[in-house]
Design a protein around this ligand. Sequence first.
Ligand SMILES: [Zn+2]
Length: 466
Amino acid sequence: MILLIYLFAIITSANAINFEEFFLDKTMRFDYFHTGNANEEHFAFDEIVCDGIWAGSKTKLIDELRLGYYFFEIIDPESEEIIYSRGFASIYGEWETTRDAKENWGVYHESVRFPWPKKNVKLILYKRNLHNTFDIVWEYSINTEAYRVNPAEIKNFYNVFPVVENGDPEDMVDIVILGEGYTKDEMDKFHKDAEHYAEVLLSTEPFASRKDKFNIRAVETPSPNNGVNHPHQDIYKRSALSVSYGAFNSERYALAFDNKKIRNATSAVPYDFTVILMNDSIYGGGGIYRLYITAAADNAFYDYLFVHEFGHHFAGLADEYYTSATAYDMTSDIIEPWELNVTAHPDKETIKWKELLTPGTPVPTPWEKEKYDKYSIEIQKKRREMRKAKTPESIMEKFFIDKRKWDNELLGNMKYSGCVGAFEGAMYMSEGMYRSAPNCIMFTRYDKFCPACERAINLVIDQYTK
Ligand SMILES: [Zn+2]
């Protein structure tokens, strides 16, 4: 009962915020620098600009999902009321875990966006601690009259074309698509790729059932060269948005580091989420919660890649795959992850997707893990050899198509294949971490989300729509 009252209090306080009382119908983009190393972290204000009309919901201003590695709140200093909040993740948050951060300092440009406040407000930035709860890492008082606050209305000078339009931005999920590595002469191809992206996303559940809740618009950002930079393959390019494969020295991980350039292009249209299509055939991409995705548009697996990366970006979904290890040392307690599709606590009574469990399914749920792991280890070995030998992409594709077939056959024909339970092996951990179903777009190159992922996506759609 106490819990119910508490929940009710949160919901009523969230609903009580009157958009018109606190905000104008435009977007404030708060730009800042995020710097540090493995031991310390600092922030410095850059500037504030106007990003056009407000595309987010005007009623769901408080983020009750609280996903993401970082979180920010906008506070009305007079009443100390939280008037807007959102969780997010950043490139910095990934970089600080790399070896580079142990040896060097790094600096990353970032933005948080919220409706334009009518009066001065305070921004509070939080970060997850070792217990996965949030600690304050920065506070900044925003003076809306300050000289580094630029309220100028945005004047779009990019070519923009609508892909899907269903209604007012404040009632819809608004996705913007940018193109990277498309020359001026390849804009027709960019249009086709953007249309294909929209088609693939909106035919995958749960997006498909709610496709009338989406607007998708594309912004042309032509590059001087065709294709994207690949330092690991000795293919060097300079492109419009600075996207490059090889992020954090990982061959297939593609990120762009020029935040301001990307933000200036995305704000050509009202947006909540960002997709960067790479005009490239080499398999790769990336997705960061509420920052953007990158995805190669010309690979045999682009359909899978588009949706998988969007799962990270849209709903903060964790990767469900893991590296099969012959031995795994459980040295410490695993903290429950904040992601909604993985858990360290496979307990029938308390598991985070409890209401989705299939009656009669044991938890944890038995599956053919030994068989799967044995095959995966062989595959990883072969893959390493092929990559080392610089095997052509078409042969690699065939190899992965065979692997997908094998995965689908095994995972689709087990005793608990159609059931929701807790299947061990998720989030890069062979043991101690669980997923809700045997297969998922976040686990293998499959074409469907598992029920836990579907539920998370639906909760985010709810946050941006009426
Ligand atoms: Zn899943």
